[in-house]
Design a protein around this ligand. Structure first.
Ligand code: ZN
Ligand code: ZN
Ligand code: ZN
Length: 275
């Protein structure tokens, strides 16, 4: 399995859209790994996770074959993870030679928002067979693009069921999380004994501990320890952190100084790892 990090920032991006802080000013000067677009990942060049407003730049910068992507897993409906309006450009007339249907998979809120935007005629008939939303239930495995995909509840916005995803294929397993605090009990118990080859976690708050809606470095280390205790992770498990906020007050090199000695990899836009 391969995961490519197309975007690695939290909602504001880095440098943040309207921010004058020292970290954003420095990120702008440094460029490269210190410039981060909103979080999105691509599994094996075919299964997308999340659809932020930066998807166009991801397609352009990393040669993503977006016209031929047919499935997107949506973690939750915050605007840095879901830009629904953009997907209407799959209407005939906005693009040609459209390849089959693109389906968004996620929680009930995703389907509500999708229906509010596209559930009325004439949008419904124009998008029939081209774009759809499908609710998948927490802790129930679904077959998507040949992967066994299980949504697990995150600790994040309590007004919706935010998901992290367990993705399995050919004996390999990936846990992809962003926007989660310390996992709910049901998620820990679902994961117990499931070996994970790669664990991808948010590190939104970087040097600051948080753990209720997001993670910081100390929270990530605590999650890894718990996964080891539950038999999910061992020395063979790769850990990667992503979804960074400028409010965490660390640049890419600062993160590497702390995390690399811990055996945790720091993602940047365009970073790819096979496992
Ligand atoms: Zn987010
Ligand atoms: Zn800033
Ligand atoms: Zn969020």
């Amino acid at each position: 399995m391969k995961i490519t990090y197309l975007g690695t920032a939290a909602a504001e991006a880095v440098p943040a859209l309207f921010c004058n802080c020292a970290y954003c000013r420095q990120a702008k000067l440094n460029g490269g790994k210190d410039v981060r677009t909103r979080s999105q990942a691509l599994i094996d060049d075919r299964l997308l996770v999340d659809y932020p407003a930066d998807t166009f730049s991801h397609m352009k910068d990393y040669a993503v074959d977006l016209p031929n992507i047919h499935s997107i897993l949506v973690t939750h409906t915050h605007q840095d993870h879901l830009y629904l309006e953009d997907l209407g450009l799959r209407f005939g007339g906005f693009c040609q030679e459209i390849s089959g249907e693109l389906t968004l998979y996620g929680n009930d809120r995703l389907c509500e928002k999708f229906d509010a935007l596209y559930g009325q005629e004439p949008a419904t008939s124009r998008l029939r067979g081209l774009l759809s939303a499908c609710e998948i239930a927490p802790y129930v495995a679904a077959d998507i693009e040949g992967y066994r995909v299980t949504p697990l509840l995150a600790s994040h916005d309590r007004s919706e069921r935010c998901y992290i995803y367990l993705i399995e294929k050919d004996g390999k397993s990936l846990l992809y999380g962003n926007d989660t605090g310390w996992f709910p009990e049901a998620t820990w118990s679902h994961l117990t004994g499931v070996h994970l080859d790669l664990v991808s976690l948010d590190c939104t708050h970087m040097k600051y501990r948080e753990g209720t809606n997001h993670l910081g470095i100390d929270d990530v280390i605590a999650v890894r320890k718990e996964l080891e205790r539950l038999g999910c992770a061992n020395a063979a498990t790769t850990f990667v952190v992503t979804h960074f906020s400028h409010n965490g007050h660390m640049l890419h090199a600062d993160l590497e100084v702390v995390l690399v000695p811990q055996g945790i990899r720091v993602a940047y836009d365009g970073y790819s790892v096979s496992f």
